[in-house]
Design a protein around this ligand. Structure first.
Ligand SMILES: NC(=O)c1ccc[n+]([C@@H]2O[C@H](COP(=O)([O-])OP(=O)(O)OC[C@H]3O[C@@H](n4cnc5c(N)ncnc54)[C@H](OP(=O)(O)O)[C@@H]3O)[C@@H](O)[C@H]2O)c1
Length: 344
């Protein structure tokens, strides 16, 4: 197959190449593309260096599938035409997610969205993937009624620049840890990506604020995408998205209510049988998920499963997933496997 990887030099794009290779996706020809900034650089795939080309419709002509992680603005400039020309376009940006004709797919959760072989498929937001991998198996059994999600999102969620900003700030503040009990605000490093100091801090803002609702656009995406993926247009869902100084791995604290009573034992049983989920729930022995344990892994880790006090129909869970893998690149490659029936 001719496979385009658009945004091949980015945080998600590099992971995409690794996953295509790991899963032996049948790539006969790789077309790695990015912007003019990194055209001519090389990426490694199947033991060989490949030269990165500049994104254009010409470069993608004849591609069977294009795996896109080049951001919304760039995605809008080529995906509709490439899809029209016959390429299956699987996009990690938010550009097309809420369009009615576009599939928004987590293969373990709503594979039926791929019926009819849509030409444009959107990968959902990485935080909602991490949450719904834990919630969907419970929803299928007990009927989801409401969701309150609080996310702890890693800096790689903001791409390569996010990781660099955290690393630079940690270096600047190293040795000043005691001073941070009484920080001099003017001496704290602040970067362009996060807008507040991210090292030794948490920032309750991911994406811009919507002046009308007070939510951030990330929180609004989480709310809307949950409804679309689960086909529950009236789902009561509210999110708070927070950036934390973690390199890779998003975590989500989940409060879910259901149409019938459901307890932690049943939830553990359902989640243990769910593909792509690993239950890590033995707190007495120190077993519960953390983002560092989820980084580099395909499975979403779920634990801290508790009954909400006084609510036999409500559960609390904590879920961690690799935002670059299941939150983006792996989910995209799984969609391609599904579409081209290549999964083993
Ligand atoms: N990071 C995550 O955890 C995550 C998870 C889910 C979804 N996503 C989404 O995936 C996309 C990429 O995220 P990322 O974290 O990988 O960002 P990133 O590290 O900043 O990488 C962006 C990639 O897109 C390329 N690009 C940017 N503008 C382009 C243009 N005009 N034409 C062609 N290529 C262009 C860049 O190429 P150059 O090297 O030439 O600049 C780079 O390869 C975004 O839409 C993001 O929202 C990210």
């Amino acid at each position: 197959m001719r496979v385009g990887v658009v945004g091949a030099t980015g945080a998600v794009g590099r992971e995409m190449l690794r996953i295509l290779e790991e899963r032996s996706f049948p790539v006969d020809e790789l077309i790695p593309l990015a912007s003019e900034r990194s055209a001519g650089t090389r990426v490694r795939f199947q033991g060989e260096d490949h030269t990165v080309g500049v994104l254009s419709l010409d470069a993608l002509r004849g591609a069977d599938v294009a795996l896109s992680s080049c951001g919304s603005t760039a995605a809008k400039s080529w995906i509709p035409q490439a899809a029209e020309a016959g390429t299956v376009c699987i996009d990690n940006s938010s550009a097309f997610r809420m369009e009615p004709d576009v599939a928004l797919t987590i293969p373990e959760v709503n594979p039926e969205s791929l019926e009819g072989r849509p030409r444009i498929i959107a990968v959902p937001n990485c935080t909602i993937i991490t949450a719904l991998m834990a919630v969907a198996p419970l929803h299928r059994a007990a009927g989801l009624q409401s969701l309150i999600l609080s996310s702890y999102q890693s800096v790689s969620g903001a791409g390569r620049r996010g990781v660099t900003e955290l690393a630079e700030q940690i270096e600047k503040l190293h040795g000043m840890e005691e001073d941070l009990a009484h920080p001099d605000p003017s001496a704290l490093p602040v970067g362009e990506v996060f807008g507040k100091t991210i090292a030794y801090n948490v920032v309750a803002k991911v994406d811009a604020f919507d002046p009308e609702t007070g939510f951030t656009f990330e929180e609004i995406k989480i709310q809307r995408e949950a409804r679309k993926i689960l086909s529950l247009p009236e789902l009561d869902v509210a999110a708070t998205a927070v950036r934390v100084p973690v390199p890779v791995g998003h975590s989500v604290s989940i409060h879910a209510t259901f149409l019938r009573p459901i307890g932690p034992d049943e939830a553990r049983e359902l989640l243990s049988a769910a593909p792509g989920v690993e239950v890590r729930d033995d707190p007495a022995n120190g077993v519960y998920p953390s983002p560092l344990e989820a980084a580099g892994r395909d499975e979403v880790l779920v634990g801290r499963i508790r009954q909400s006090p006084g609510r036999p129909d409500a559960l609390l869970l904590f879920s961690c997933g690799d935002n670059l893998r299941k939150g983006a690149a792996l989910n995209a490659v799984q969609i391609a496997e599904h579409m081209f029936a290549t999964s083993k």
